[in-house]
Design a protein around this ligand. Sequence first.
Ligand SMILES: Cc1ncc(COP(=O)(O)O)c(C=O)c1O
Ligand SMILES: [Zn+2]
Length: 334
Amino acid sequence: MNVTHLECALCGLRHEANVLQNLCITCGKPLLVRYDLDKAAETLTRGSMATRESSLWRYREVLPVVDEANIVSLGEGWTPLFKTDRLAATLAVDLDLYIKDEGQNPTQSFKARGMTAAISMAKELGVKKLAVPSAGNAAGAMAAYAAMAGMEANIFMPADTPRANIVECEQTGANVTLVDGLITDCGAIVAKRKEAEGWFDVSTLKEPYRVEGKKTMGYELAEQFAWTLPDLIMYPTGGGTGLIGMWKAFDEMQQIGWIGSKRPRMVSVQSETCARSCEHSTPANVSQTNSKMLRPSPPAFVFQRRSAISSSSTPSEHRVEPLFLLPTPSLWQP
Ligand SMILES: Cc1ncc(COP(=O)(O)O)c(C=O)c1O
Ligand SMILES: [Zn+2]
């Protein structure tokens, strides 16, 4: 309702918000949604939050969708934070450690955040058929939200995707194709077929709205920590949408007046075997990672993650810890 336009993340070119868009029409980079934040701030006040709904749509003023009737929601977001003292005690430094339990989202992952925004906007802009390449969780979320919206869902996943993800897509009525290859191969199939099939491509960072849903993790953290942000956020990174989204949320919240200029240090946690978020490299052999969900996206999108990471750390901290290992104490020290 307060959206002014879409803006290319690289060249800054302005794009219209009320028509379907994928990437920048001149440079092919992702588009970000821009809002009239002064107008948003008139009603999106700290004081107003107490009585709002327990979903990410509580931040309605800084989310897209003009007509509320187009919102496709399964109650996503506003997930709890758990203080994990026993885990913290196993570390060599004294710290308050929290886990934000994104597994409590519909379809059990924070992919639901991105999909509620993307599919609501697809509905508003008249889309009937969607397509997505996915490592599993995005597919499950897309299938559920497409079913809720009454849209056709076409999903392409690597053949070794966990069975649970495949079954949830099939059970919600999606057309599922298993591909003998990586998520990048799945993305290539979507890109090749989408025009002839009339599919709208909701690949990570190839449409403007999944970032908007995921940015609400940043808004929630500020609200849950009483309008402060943690010193450090460790984020399990795949395509990097959540990382980019949280960084965007911090900037928006500063303009709205919710927080100051201090930013958390962002630690992007990736599988050892995939291309690092902070480097312009081609994905290496990614078939060995423990988590099937954290496999890399095409390096074309790396520049944005890099700007979030490099604004929050020095080059020597552009390090990526092996998946699920906790960071070394030096990372936690100021
Ligand atoms: C459980 C889980 N965590 C993290 C990620 C990474 O998400 P993002 O694309 O925001 O980096 C994914 C998927 O890629 C996931 O399924
Ligand atoms: Zn551009």
